[in-house]
Structure formats: structure tokens, C-alpha cells
Design a protein around this ligand. Structure first.
Ligand code: KG4
Ligand code: ZN
Length: 354
């Protein structure tokens, strides 16, 4: 089956056509992503109203491009999938309403995809990873450790109680005057800094649960920066290196706790899978390999372009759901908040048949 996927929950306007074959394998026929980074850069973060307007302006062209590159026709598609949340509601409405219009006009099933489910299932598109696996999702908006047990079947093992990891990188970059998005800029500075110069906290480490808290770390960094202001270039590099090292140590500890909970609640994972923009960070990626092998499993890291927001992950999640007979009515609502454990699950007989 061929599915058109639409993604507009944050600052990427994206559309893709993905094919799912009978044996459950996936193939990306096109994957077009337009980043709005330059439109938000001067504000040091995503401005929801600007994002929604930019989606309105770009989406039709992005869909046309995705369809053309895939040599697809609307008539030949098997379904239309769109992120229906969680995310910035103005943007979600643009993508979901567009998907509804296409589905209605061409009489195709609509699949309202939870954006996090798109991230969660990407490893099955890229690596055909079997269930159950442990997912570490770390982006600008989300930081979660999940058990992925089946389509629509997720166990939340841990998450952030305040800022997301990507958000902490972005705020650090803003504080140090580095620009937006902050992750890659902080990583670049950290490469030539001293990670031991500043003693920053490692919040939540040593706890049995698998939760994160990043806001205290960010505040500690600000206080250190204020103490030595004005900052020389070497100070900025040392602050970045110390910050990144603290995040790395937190990630190691929290993922160990997450994998332990996975073992208790789910069983043995087929893999540790990472997703989200933060997984592009080389220092973090390195420790993910280590933590996975310590837990007797391997790391599956989809290519960075499929770790960050894109239409292919939404099309694929739509295909996995439609293959199990799951689709949505045209009046399905867009949702700013939508925890992954509240998505609909396939009926048991369908899961067994597949
Ligand atoms: O998944 P993503 O593209 O978008 C969403 O937030 O949904 O993730 C973007 C986030 C930003 O906060 C960005 O600063 C962070 O991922 N990021 C990184 C790196 N590259 C992107 N964080 C740390 N190191 C990086 N190399
Ligand atoms: Zn995302």
C-alpha cells in the first residue's frame, strides 16, 4: 500500500509517500522536508503563530513535490496520514485539515497519526526492527523512554518532568549567545572545551524511576556563566563541554534505569532505538551504543534525517495502522496534548493475523 504522510506539528513542513509491502517492509518513495529554522532564528525558538502561517503557505507545494517525486497519483494512494498531535495546535490544524480535504476529495481513508508514534515506529521502516523494543526519544519538545510493544501498544517508562533535552541545549545556546537551534552549536563548541571545568549537577541520577529533569542543570549553568562574565571564547567552550558532559552522564544513568524497567515490565528488548534531533549528537550517540550493549542488546539509530521530524515517519505509522484496519473519521480532532499511551490499539485478532 502507498500512503501520503503530512507533518506540521512544529517547525518543519513535511510530506512523503511511503510504500508498505505485504511482508511488512517499508520503502520511502519521496520525503520532502522544508525547515522553517530561518523564520524563527531571530526569536531563539519556535514562534507558534509564525509556524502555523508558514505551514499554510508551504504545505500545498510540499505535498505536490512529494507526489511528483514519488510518481504517485492521489487516485492510486491507499490512504492519507497526518500528524494529529501532540504539537503546536495551529500547525497541527493546517496539516490535519489538508489531509482531511485530500481524503474527502479522493475518497481515501484518513489516518490521524500521533506524532510520537511516528517517531516510535521509524525503526521498523528503516531496519524492520521487531517488537518489543526500547525507544529513547529526545527532541526539542519531547524526552521519553518508551516500551514499544506493538502498533498502538506503548508503555511509558520515563520522561522529563520539565524541559526536554533539546530544549535544554537550545536554552544553553541562547544564554551563551550562540544562536538557534542550539544543539549542533553547543556540540561544536563542546568539542574544544574542558568538560571538567564546571561542576554542574546530574539531576535525577541514581533514582529507580527513569525520569529526567533538565531545568536545574540549565539554571546551574547560568549561575556559573554569570560568575565569570564577561565570557571569553574559551569560557563558552568550557561551559558547553561541561553542560554536554552533564547531559551525557544523565542520559547514561536514566537509560540504564529505563532498560531495567523495560526488563521488569516488558521483557527482553530486541533493540534500543533512538529518535529525535538530540540523537544526532555524537557524544550522546556514543554512550547509547555502550548502554545498549551493557543491557545485552544493540542500538538501532535511524539516519539523522529520519530521526528529526519528517513526513515519512507519519506515512509509515499511517501504513502500519491501516494494515491493521485502523483509520479515523473525517471529524477526528487535532490535539495539542496526546500522550502515546492514549492512542487506539488494534483489536487482538488483527494483531495475531498479521
Ligand atoms: O526532532 P527535532 O528535529 O525537532 C523536534 O523538536 O521535534 O529536534 C530538534 C532538537 C533541537 O532542540 C535541537 O537543538 C536538538 O534537537 N539537536 C541537538 C543536536 N542536533 C539537534 N541537540 C544536541 N546535539 C545535537 N547535535
Ligand atoms: Zn518530533
Amino acid at each position: 500500500m502507498d500512503i501520503l504522510g503530512i507533518e506540521t506539528t512544529c517547525d518543519e513542513t513535511a510530506a512523503a509517500v511511503v510504500r508498505r509491502t505485504e511482508d511488512g517492509r517499508g520503502k520511502i518513495l519521496s520525503n520532502i522536508v522544508l525547515s522553517q529554522v530561518s523564520e524563527h532564528a531571530e526569536f531563539g525558538g519556535v514562534v507558534p503563530e509564525i509556524a502555523a502561517r508558514a505551514h499554510v503557505e508551504a504545505l500545498d507545494h510540499i505535498i505536490a513535490k512529494a507526489m511528483a517525486e514519488a510518481h504517485a497519483s492521489f487516485a492510486a494512494l491507499d490512504g492519507i496520514a497526518a500528524s494529529a498531535g501532540p504539537g503546536l495546535i495551529g500547525g497541527v490544524l493546517v496539516g490535519l485539515t489538508t489531509a482531511k480535504a485530500v481524503a474527502l476529495t479522493h475518497d481515501k481513508p484518513l489516518i490521524a497519526v500521533n506524532h510520537l508514534e511516528g517517531h516510535a515506529l521509524t525503526a521498523r521502516l528503516t531496519d524492520a526492527t521487531p517488537f518489543p523494543y526500547c525507544l529513547f526519544l529526545a527532541s526539542g519538545g519531547h524526552t521519553q523512554i518508551l516500551g514499544v510493544c506493538g502498533v498502538g501498544d506503548y508503555v511509558r517508562l520515563g520522561g522529563t518532568v520539565d524541559d526536554a533535552i533539546g530544549e535544554a541545549f537550545d536554552k544553553t545556546a541562547k544564554l551563551l549567545g550562540l544562536g538557534y537551534p542550539g544543539g549542533p552549536l553547543v556540540e561544536k563548541e563542546a568539542a574544544h572545551g574542558d568538560p571538567k571545568r564546571f561542576a554542574l549537577p546530574r539531576p535525577m541520577t541514581g533514582r529507580r524511576d527513569a525520569n529526567f529533569s533538565l531545568s536545574g542543570l540549565k539554571t546551574a549553568l547560568r549561575l556559573e556563566a554569570e560568575k565569570i562574565a564577561p565570557l571569553a571564547d574559551a569560557d563558552v567552550a568550557d561551559l558547553c563541554a561541561s553542560f554536554q558532559q552533564a547531559v551525557v552522564d544523565v542520559v547514561i544513568d536514566r537509560l540504564r534505569a529505563g532498560l531495567r524497567l523495560f526488563g521488569e515490565r516488558v521483557g527482553a528488548p530486541t533493540a534500543l532505538v533512538c529518535a529525535g534531533g538530540v540523537a544526532a549528537n555524537q557524544a550522546i550517540r556514543k554512550v547509547l551504543h555502550r548502554v545498549a550493549s551493557e543491557a545485552g542488546t544493540t542500538l538501532v539509530a535511524p539516519p539523522p534525517a529520519l530521526c528529526t521530524d519528517n513526513g515519512a515517519m507519519i506515512a509509515w505509522a499511517g501504513a502500519e495502522r491501516l494494515a491493521l484496519g485502523l483509520s479515523d473519521p473525517l471529524d477526528v480532532a487535532a490535539r495539542a496534548r496526546w500522550p502515546l499511551d492514549q492512542v487506539t490499539k488494534a483489536p487482538v485478532e488483527k494483531v495475531v493475523a498479521k
